[in-house]
Design a protein around this ligand. Structure first.
Ligand code: M6R
Length: 582
């Protein structure tokens, strides 16, 4: 069971060098082990090992692999510990076929049983694909793949090469796979960042399609082996978007991109119409996207007066939700691949709800399956911690609210204000220096800033490994207040809005118990700055718009704390960017 990055190349250049770059770009998808194989006169040579690309590559010397055709993989596994034997590519028993796989083969144990006597060298579900391809092979890797696909249950993007031919064969069902079309060369990637520096022309495979790539040809077939004409699309972002551009980490760069992202999201196309007003709206997502959804509930209920239910996708799918034809189901996902969100969407569709996706990655599975899609204008988000995607999701939800209510808010005033918050990054780092050795944090907020408290805590815990919990401020007295002491600081999101007096009381309660308070406050608020231990100021704005501003110092604070603790900010332990398994 994996979420991984797959890359492939066939052409005239050295595959090892090209593929090394590709898997560096895809590493955000998973990074517990890495591997590559290429094809040359000597057959298939595989090199693989444990760890991140930067850890494994020097010893494995991928660039020196011979040949101009190859496949590569960066893994985040759950079947089998990170190790050389479990890293991809996996070889067939004779060594003449190699595969890299992303997804989960649900019936792998049964298939292994059927292959009784076969010598499996890894603990993965994926290795069974290499065995089946060899068993089904009688001169054509394409035909072997068609047969094998019919035997697999589960999700997969598979990339295979065979020592008998210089071609790459790929298959897809439920896991992303993109083909980059070059001149005299062709590419494979789990997403286009694997090859965007070489070509802007891309074909996205549909489920149950396979493709055969030679250096001068790409042929696509349906599950019965009939050739189909794929639509060639143009990648609308440049290679620079997926580079750090002088920032120490992608996360920092992505935080600083937010003024542009909000500006573009405000004016991006918003193609969503509903003939009748929905009776209820269900917003379903995971992690940061779910906190964006929760903020959306506040604005949609306030402006449009439509009841909104927000559920983590992992709960929605098992909760027997009462949803039907008169309801609107909104799935929010940066990657468009999150397994729980996808399953929730499918359930909502089964029950007849109209579905809308707020999605960042074009042509992703969720984007393809919803009735309508609004693409967020965040551009590629590489850091595992979601930042700019959150703000772009907020814009989409606020625009949805305007559409349903006819009421407008001055969203275009936000980019300039976010820029002002970003100018304070240095002073936020100074504050981070005071706190980066703390073990526990509380975050609290009310109304529009309650989801921001949850999001601020999530940011801190996921990248700095400091325990942090977000609460609705009114809940503090019902339990969490017991944790407050001089060693457990509280971040209080307390801009000048309608619940401000209540936040001031909550801050008093913390201070009275020897707790330190880091307040996010409106610029020039003397009352708060006179009381709080530390203050992160944000410009004044409309009550409903504060989340766009108050979340930014919390992103920066989490970033600087994690960096001061020497954490791998962009690739936090145990996490991966795209959670394509349950
Ligand atoms: O790709 P998605 O937006 O569906 O991902 C949802 C969550 O996995 C994601 O937001 C996660 O919580 C982030 N790492 C948080 O920073």
């Amino acid at each position: 069971m994996k979420m991984c990055g797959i890359a492939g190349y066939t052409g005239k250049r050295k595959a090892g060098e090209l593929l090394l770059k590709s898997i560096r770009n895809l590493e955000y998808r998973g990074y517990d082990s890495v591997g590559m194989c290429t094809l040359s006169g000597q057959g298939i040579e595989v090199r693989k090992g444990k760890g991140k690309v930067s850890e494994a590559a020097p010893e494995l010397e991928f660039s020196s692999l011979p040949g101009t055709t190859g496949i590569a993989h960066t893994r985040w596994g759950t079947h089998g510990v990170p190790s050389e034997k479990n890293a991809h590519p996996h070889l067939s028993p004779s060594g003449k076929i190699a595969i890299a796989h992303n997804g989960i083969i649900e019936n792998y144990l049964q298939l292994k049983e059927e292959l009784r006597g076969a010598d499996f060298r890894s603990d993965t579900d994926s290795e069974v694909i290499a065995h089946l391809l060899e068993k089904n092979y009688s001169g054509s890797l394409r035909d072997a793949m068609l047969k094998t696909m019919k035997m697999l249950n589960g999700t997969y993007a598979v990339c295979a090469i065979c020592a008998d031919s210089g071609k790459i064969v790929v298959a897809r069902n439920g896991s992303p796979l993109a083909i980059g079309l070059g001149v005299g060369e062709n590419f494979i990637g789990s997403d286009v960042s694997a090859f965007v520096e070489h070509t802007k022309k891309v074909v996205y495979l549909e489920d149950f399609e396979i493709a055969v790539l030679g250096e001068d040809s790409v042929e696509v077939f349906d599950r019965e082996g009939r050739q189909v004409s794929p639509e060639v699309k143009k990648i609308d972002w440049s290679v620079e978007c997926a580079q750090k551009q002088g920032y120490k980490h992608f996360m920092l760069k992505e935080i600083h991109e937010q003024p542009r992202v909000v500006r573009e999201s405000v004016s991006a196309p918003f193609d969503f119409e509903m003939e009748t007003r929905p009776e209820r709206i269900f917003v379903v997502a995971c992690g940061t996207a779910a906190y964006a959804g929760l903020t959306g509930k506040y604005i949609l209920e306030k402006q449009a007066g439509i009841p909104v239910e927000v559920a983590p996708a992992s709960e929605f799918r098992y909760s027997n939700p009462v949803i039907g034809e008169k309801d609107l189901f909104v799935a929010i996902s940066q990657s468009g691949e999150t397994a729980d969100t996808l399953a929730a969407l499918r359930l909502a569709k089964q029950k007849g709800a109209k579905t809308l996706g707020i999605i960042n990655v074009r042509e992703s599975t969720i984007a393809r399956e919803v009735d309508s899609v609004v693409y967020t204008a965040a551009g590629p988000e590489i850091g595992v911690a979601s930042t700019k995607a959150f703000l772009s999701q907020l814009v989409a939800l606020y625009r949805l609210s305007s559409k349903l209510s006819g009421k407008e808010l001055p969203l275009s005033s936000l980019p300039g204000k976010i820029e002002q918050v970003l100018l304070r990054s240095k002073s936020i780092r100074e504050t981070a220096k005071k706190y980066f050795r703390v073990y526990n944090f509380l975050y609290m907020g009310r109304n529009f800033n309650f989801p921001v408290a949850m999001e601020g805590a999530l940011k801190l815990k996921e990248i700095s490994y400091i325990h942090a919990e977000g609460y609705a401020s009114g809940e503090m007295k019902h339990g969490p207040l017991a944790l407050v002491c001089d060693e457990v600081p509280t971040v209080a999101i307390s801009p000048r809005d309608s619940v401000y007096p209540k936040m001031v009381s909550n801050i008093q309660e913390i201070l009275a118990r020897n707790g330190k308070v880091l307040a996010v406050a409106t610029e020039g608020d003397r009352e708060i700055s006179g009381q709080a231990t530390d203050v992160f100021e944000v410009p004044e704005t409309e009550e409903e718009l504060y989340p766009f501003l108050t979340v930014v110092p919390l992103q920066l604070f989490a970033y600087h704390v994690a960096d001061l603790r020497d954490c791998d900010v962009d690739k936090p332990r145990n996490l991966a960017k795209s959670v394509t398994v349950e």
